[in-house]
Design a protein around this ligand. Structure first.
Ligand code: NAP
Length: 318
């Protein structure tokens, strides 16, 4: 059995095995170098490339408080223990409860923790997400997120979406003002095209893009290439395919066979694929489960050869 295969077997074993000495030794032996496992977001924020998406820590339907608030806080703490220092959230998650929960669990924040929040979507009701990126409203959103997160400055503030009723330049104008006032360190965008990024960059420097992307949904490939060229962070949302049909978390998913062959879970294979795909890739898998969190974080240690990745890509095209 090769070293990689053995590591794979260990990863598939889950949380209890992960804590074992054998795994720790292998993990440190196989750990990628610092330059590969971290990314300089905005040039001055060093983040571990495998982050955490906090959206799943709200109530069902991304609405209200989580049914088990203590567990949700444990997940956040454990994420940090496992090396996460980039957490993605938004004022629309809950709404508000996700940001409040992060502060409740983690404030005062450890040094180096980067919280990336977003504004620009409203939640008139459960299951409803409505853009409102008018500059005045966005300015209020920044102030409210600062308060909820108990921050003096938000490290990364992302425009959650483009509001077709408001020119992107106007929305970004409000974020530039907030940046000039010291309320935001860096600005990011979400759910955008390369053309929209170009327009936004004329108003304010953009450090990151967050679009839907995973091994089975590569619609944003052109945006990822743009980020590589410009050295901007790319945060793929739904990195394991979200919770719907076709997600890598569901049985019968397109990676199932290959995952079995490598003795890992499809979720782990999907996350490892993202990490090897690009040095600017910053996946933010979301979970409300401690066990899933352990499993997901272990994916950063999984290394396959370029030939093996090629074979996996080929199996998806077939
Ligand atoms: N910018 C945007 O418009 C946008 C949109 C959506 C999401 N996001 C961000 O992206 C993050 C990730 O997106 P996402 O949560 O939609 O998709 P995801 O991370 O691809 O998938 C999350 C789903 O997978 C399940 N899951 C996670 N790990 C698992 C594992 N090891 N085994 C089995 N099931 C597992 C979770 O359920 P359990 O809780 O049961 O583990 C949850 O239902 C969010 O947290 C949010 O921060 C942004």
């Amino acid at each position: 059995m090769t070293r990689r295969k053995f590591l794979g077997t260990t990863i598939a074993g889950g949380a209890t095995v992960l804590a074992g000495t054998a795994f720790q030794k292998l993990a440190s032996a196989m750990a990628t170098s610092d330059s590969e496992s971290t990314f300089q977001l905005g040039g001055d924020l060093s983040v571990n490339r495998l982050g955490f998406g906090a959206m799943r820590l709200t109530g069902p339907g991304i609405w209200g408080w989580p049914p088990d608030r203590e567990n949700a806080k444990k997940v956040l703490h454990r994420a940090l223990d496992l090396g996460v220092n980039l957490i993605d959230t938004a004022d629309a998650y809950g709404p508000e409860t996700d940001e409040l929960l992060i502060a409740e669990a983690l404030y005062p924040y450890p040094k180096g923790l980067v919280i990336a929040t977003k504004g620009g979507l409203t939640r008139p009701g459960q299951g409803s997400w409505v853009p409102d990126c008018r500059p005045d409203r966005l300015s209020q959103c920044v102030d409210q997120s600062l308060k909820r997160l108990k921050l003096e400055r938000i490290d990364v503030y992302q425009l959650h979406t483009v509001d077709k009723k408001v020119p992107i330049e106007e929305s970004l104008g409000a974020l530039k003002k907030a940046q000039d006032a010291g309320k935001i360190r860096h600005v990011g965008l979400s759910n955008v095209t390369t053309h929209e990024i170009e327009r936004a960059k004329k108003v304010v420097p953009i450090v990151s893009i967050q679009n839907r992307y995973n091994i089975t949904d590569r619609e944003s490939e052109d945006v990822l290439s743009y980020c590589e060229k410009e050295k901007m962070g790319f945060l793929p949302w739904a990195p394991v395919g979200g919770s719907g049909r076709g997600s890598l978390t569901k049985s019968g998913n397109p990676l199932e066979e290959e995952a079995k062959r490598h003795n890992v879970s499809a979720v782990q294979l999907g996350l490892a694929w993202l990490l090897q795909k690009s040095p600017v890739m910053l996946p933010i898998p979301g979970t409300s489960s401690l066990q899933h969190l352990e499993e997901n974080m272990a994916a950063a240690k999984l290394q396959l050869t370029p030939e093996e990745w090629k074979k996996i890509d080929g199996s998806l095209k077939g």
